[in-house]
Design a binder for this molecule. Structure first.
Ligand SMILES: Cc1ncc(COP(=O)(O)O)c(C=O)c1O
Length: 383
């Protein structure tokens, strides 16, 4: 008999002290109808805002036609979504759909192992790529890796963005180099375009695949479709998820023509990958990003936030577009708590001194002003 010693839902997550029942644009609402400004975006997911009408209509219409059929059938909507994504990404030739970021990373790394026949990876200090075993192999988080060490693929970790650290490294021993173009969990750390270009060239020379994990940086958040455009470097493989379908579970592996041409039917698979609802949501997301100028809005919102924080407890703003790290040092914890008490949601990070902002790309001026006013009030001790 069930003894109620543990809750039915395994308590693996630290959650807000209130439930969220509804979302509209840049706000979510609790069970008392209280509104919260959402600068966390459901962990960098809700790029078009909560329940954008275009996305809701697309999902509803598709649900009335066909909720699901597997990849055993050709579904024209899936082809259309793939074409639209490849066009948006402007570089990759082909896409494999899956359901999450970790699954996209897992597939990308598997492809690299298979195509190169090599046995290890190069990744970077502070990286987060997911919790499945290959993704965990390239994730620099001792607590998450503990207990699985024997099952992880050998990975060399180097300092992120450090040019000197690349000297003398034998790239031909790695199947792939994988990186987040902006390291989000590590505290929104950036690197120079020159560093990316050097990695690109070393990978090219060594026949090593370069993988950009754009699970957080993709889909216009940095003001460009992908970070690859910002840094002007084309990786061999790109992984994406989070924002791509405005919250419908979806992941994708984007492949260069050279990589895609070496894969054959049966090499990759997923029951739910590229399901009709997710594809409808992806197409609606891309259409909203274009029609509402969300990449430009992300840059404008970023500028407003950065300007408004000058002279506050936030000593530096790291990142780009709407993937921002606010360096608040020893004040970060108290500031996050105060913001929550004023019904403003922001994220923490692996760096205890850095808070993260990753709101919808159409975050309103009102939301931004409320955030800035609250940080100024915190600074002046009036809260
Ligand atoms: C850069 C990056 N890669 C991969 C993942 C894993 O994605 P998911 O949680 O959808 O499996 C995450 C999740 O936060 C991420 O930030």
């Amino acid at each position: 008999m069930h003894t109620n010693l543990v809750p039915a839902l395994l308590p693996t997550y630290a959650a807000y002290p209130f439930p969220i029942l509804k979302g509209v644009g840049d706000q979510v609402f609790d069970d008392d109808g209280n509104a919260y400004w959402d600068f966390y975006g459901g962990h960098c997911v809700c790029a078009t805002g909560h329940s954008h009408p275009t996305v809701v209509d697309a999902i509803s219409a598709q649900a009335g036609e066909l909720i699901f059929y597997s990849t055993a059938a050709r579904i024209p909507l899936r082809d259309e979504a793939a074409r639209a994504l490849v066009q948006f990404a402007d570089g990759p030739a082909s896409v494999f759909f899956c359901n999450s970021g970790a699954e996209a990373v897992e597939n990308a790394l598997k492809i690299a192992l298979k195509l190169t026949g090599r046995k290890g990876f190069l990744a970077f200090d502070g990286s987060f790529h997911g919790r499945t075993l290959l993704a965990l192999s390239v994730t620099d988080d001792a607590a998450l890796r503990k207990g699985y060490e024997d099952f992880l693929v050998p990975t060399t970790f180097l300092p992120f963005g450090n040019m000197d650290a690349l000297e003398g490294v034998d790239f031909s021993s790695f199947a792939a180099v994988i990186l987040e173009p902006i390291q989000s969990m590590a505290g929104v750390k950036t690197a120079d375009a020159e560093w990316f270009a050097t990695l690109r060239s070393k990978c090219h020379t060594a026949g090593t695949l370069l993988i950009f994990d754009e699970v957080q940086t993709g889909f216009g958040r940095l003001g460009r479709p992908f970070a690859a455009h910002l840094y002007e470097v084309q990786p061999d493989i790109t992984t994406c998820a989070k924002s791509m379908a405005s919250g419908m579970p979806m992941g994708a592996v984007l492949l260069s023509e050279e990589v895609a041409s070496q894969l054959k039917p049966g090499d990759l698979g997923s029951t739910f990958g590229g399901g009709p609802l997710a594809c409808a949501a992806l197409l609606a997301t891309l259409s909203v990003i274009h029609s509402e100028g969300l990449m430009a809005r992300a840059m404008e919102a970023s500028r407003l936030i950065q300007q408004g924080l000058v002279g506050t407890v936030v000593s530096a703003v790291q990142g780009q577009g709407l993937l921002l790290g606010l360096r608040a040092g020893s004040q970060a914890g108290a500031l996050k708590k105060t913001l929550l008490s004023k019904r403003i949601l922001v994220g923490g990070s692996g760096d205890p001194g850095v808070l993260r902002l990753m709101p919808s790309l159409n975050v309103s001026d009102e939301a931004i002003q409320t955030l800035l006013d609250t940080i100024h009030d915190y600074q002046e001790g009036t809260l």
